[in-house]
Design a binder for this molecule. Sequence first.
Ligand code: ADP
Length: 513
Amino acid sequence: MLANGGWIDPPNQGVPEAEKPIMSSHSSAPSRGFPADFQAWFEHAQDPFLLLDSDCVVLAATEAALRIVRTLREEVVGKRIFDVFPDAPNLRASLDRKRHSAESGPMPDSGRYLLWINPADARLRDPDHFIAVIDDSSQTQPGEHALEESEQKYRALFENSREALMVYSPPSRQVTSASRIALQMFGANTLDALSSLGLSPQFQPDGALSAEKEKEMMDIAMRQGHHRFEWMHQRADGTIFPAEVRLTRIESAAQVFIQASLRDISAPKRMEQKFRDQARKKHSLNRHQVAARTASLFAHELNQPLMAISSFSETALMMLHSLNPDRIRIGKAIENGKRQALRAGLAVQQLLDLLNMEETGTEKFNLAQEVVNLFNFTRSGQEYQFHSELRLANDLPPVTANRIQVHKAIQNLLNNSIEAMEADGGLFPTIIVTVKAHEEGMAMISIQDNGPGIPLENRDHLFEPFFTTKANGVGMGLVISRSLIEVNGGFLWLDHQENRGATFHLTLPLAYE
Ligand code: ADP
């Protein structure tokens, strides 16, 4: 799966043979799976480009490329590049050795073509695909001159790229070249002007010094080949903006350098904030409605344990003042009073939790991983034995939410399932937890148990404050869990299936890429 959300179909997976655009003999570029701007760029490119996948199969060719190799599209597209250029022995070696590096492969006979494999072309943002530029060096002198021309061509491609691209020559952290868009992004007219800027505020949002963290990021990219992360940058006019940065290590014959591809994500971040504000507003309304209803129910509910405490105390006193006080019965009455007092205390505590529930910051995290940890934690604290199954989508993007609030809600649902199954005493108690993508932009967790389920007459009351069927229950768990999920922009509901057991679903918004 590609890190950027998989906009390109892997050549041999998932797409029926008939639909595979890469094999198309009519179009010059793949028609699906590519971002529209890339496709438009490729289709209109005047340069002789070939698009290759990681197996070096040609996925598409421009008209100019076909003119140079003087052949039909069918002869090129769908074939491995070694078969298209069998007389380029260096090609295989250079591609096998350094897939992502810029390498030339001069033809042995008369230097007909020169292939320039563009390292991790920024437009693709995908290290598993390449663009090869075919240089018709039959028009020029082979050798040095052709190489130089090709380098110039690459530089021109780089500088005119629609992406904000910058190149560094580690260990120096000075920018050595930058595309036009990168200069515009920072508000600099020239490379010198750009180099003189700090490019980042002194600190990153996590409190780290930008200079130190920058070095750390470069080191990771040098070690791993590429590294992607979010970064706060600063323009020439001092404004700070969030960017998604992708660093790629590029090895040429002479040196190793780092290409940085930047994307200004201020707009998606603003959308995310707006979305959150709306969710918070809605939640706040919802919480106040719940609190108002809870307060009236609360007075009524609290009355019950208070009355009980008062009557147990009265009984105990009466027995104490009798001629033959029965210590055991007095003890029982006091014990009952204590249990009721604890119940009332718990209800007060949970009401306060609901009223004090404020968002204390969100973070991006892997939901599936979080669910596994929480599930194992819950299970390890249980004496009751049950079976379990975790069905986790492994390519789910992270969610943005308040981790503690989400924990609390999931924990409550798991506890409810465990308590229901334990009380039921069924033969093969099982919990199935599923984490997968839901509708547009949401992740969904489903918690299913095979306990007694929820009788029809109770279903409409589950999310009402103080609704409980448990002897020692308070009936605030589901109310609070729903509020916790809603404040994070999601929903929590009961599946109204008629099967045995109960299934609760909750959703959370995926983090904006
Ligand atoms: P409490 O756990 O204090 O009763 P909750 O709000 O968490 O409060 O739950 C309310 C009621 O919903 C429970 O008393 C129970 O009747 C019902 N319930 C919740 N989850 C389940 C479940 N998984 N299976 C059966 N009943 C459930």
